[in-house]
Design a protein around this ligand. Structure first.
Ligand code: ADP
Ligand code: ADP
Length: 229
């Protein structure tokens, strides 16, 4: 479970807060889709969970624990992170990318190799064909699959996804959304998904939260969201 308690953040030199006091909970095993116009504070809120941003006020709890008390390795073990396109290390192979967090955690080599292959299988990439490729030899959709495999490699309870399908072509996107949504549901991950695409939010979210100017203006089940103007 992820819980935001009264979090706020104003970046240095900015007149307006990026996040202006938000209380929000993502239930265990649920996906919350955060939507809203560009610049409304979605990424800032998401990045508070893995401490790429620390709030000026309030706190963020993951599984009941304040993330401010977790060291970088503990954060990476518990919280997977998928971001649009650019997230893979370009000079490392697919296997090395997927092995990032298990490597950080000091898993034995053999366990890492098995895990990498299992993760590639999970996201629909034949391990023998893909493990030695480099990111620039993959399509946008394949790169995002590797990004998901990397984020899930150490079996984190929580997954953060920031515009994960933004660099995927529109036809591939719908299929990838469906496949990844199915995998995350099956694994029971607690997911915070940032998107500016309402269709994607409704397709993948158990709940949809709408942000504007750093504030939460609605938090509803997808069906209720669409029922209102
Ligand atoms: P979104 O993800 O909804 O597009 P962001 O959280 O990225 O919104 O940004 C919210 C606001 O904070 C914007 O006005 C943005 O320009 C500003 N902002 C984001 N990151 C920084 C930063 N590192 N330094 C200063 N301002 C920032
Ligand atoms: P950014 O691309 O926003 O500058 P960083 O430099 O912080 O991100 O992170 C570098 C890479 O490490 C990113 O591509 C991201 O996928 C990964 N990463 C960052 N934070 C985490 C985390 N808490 N858990 C897993 N992977 C992470």
């Amino acid at each position: 479970m992820i819980r935001f308690e009264g979090v706020a953040k104003t970046y240095p030199g900015q007149a307006r807060p990026a996040v202006a006091g938000i209380d929000l909970t993502v239930a265990e095993g649920a996906t919350l889709a955060l939507i809203g116009p560009s610049g409304c504070g979605k990424s800032t809120l998401l990045r508070m969970v893995n401490r790429l941003v620390d709030p000026d006020a309030g706190r963020v709890l993951v599984g009941g624990e304040d993330v401010a008390g977790l060291d970088p390795v503990a954060l990476r073990r518990r919280i997977g992170y998928v971001l649009q396109g650019v997230g893979l290390f370009p000079h490392r192979s697919v296997a090395q990318n997927v092995a990032t967090v298990p490597g950080l955690l000091g898993w034995p080599k053999r366990r890492i190799r098995e895990r990498v292959d299992a993760m590639l299988d999970l996201v629909g990439l034949e391990p023998a064909a893909y493990r030695d490729r480099r990111p620039d030899e993959l399509s946008g959709g394949q790169r995002q699959r590797v990004g998901v495999a990397r984020a899930l490699a150490a079996d984190p309870a929580v997954l953060l996804m920031d515009e994960p399908f933004g660099a995927v072509d529109p036809l591939g996107r719908v299929r990838l959304q469906a496949e990844i949504g199915e995998i995350l549901g099956r694994l029971g991950k607690t997911v915070l998904l940032v998107t500016h695409d309402l269709d994607e939010a409704v397709r993948l979210g158990d709940r949809v939260a709408l942000m504007r100017d750093g504030r939460l203006v609605q938090d509803a089940a997808p069906a209720d969201l669409l029922a209102r103007p």
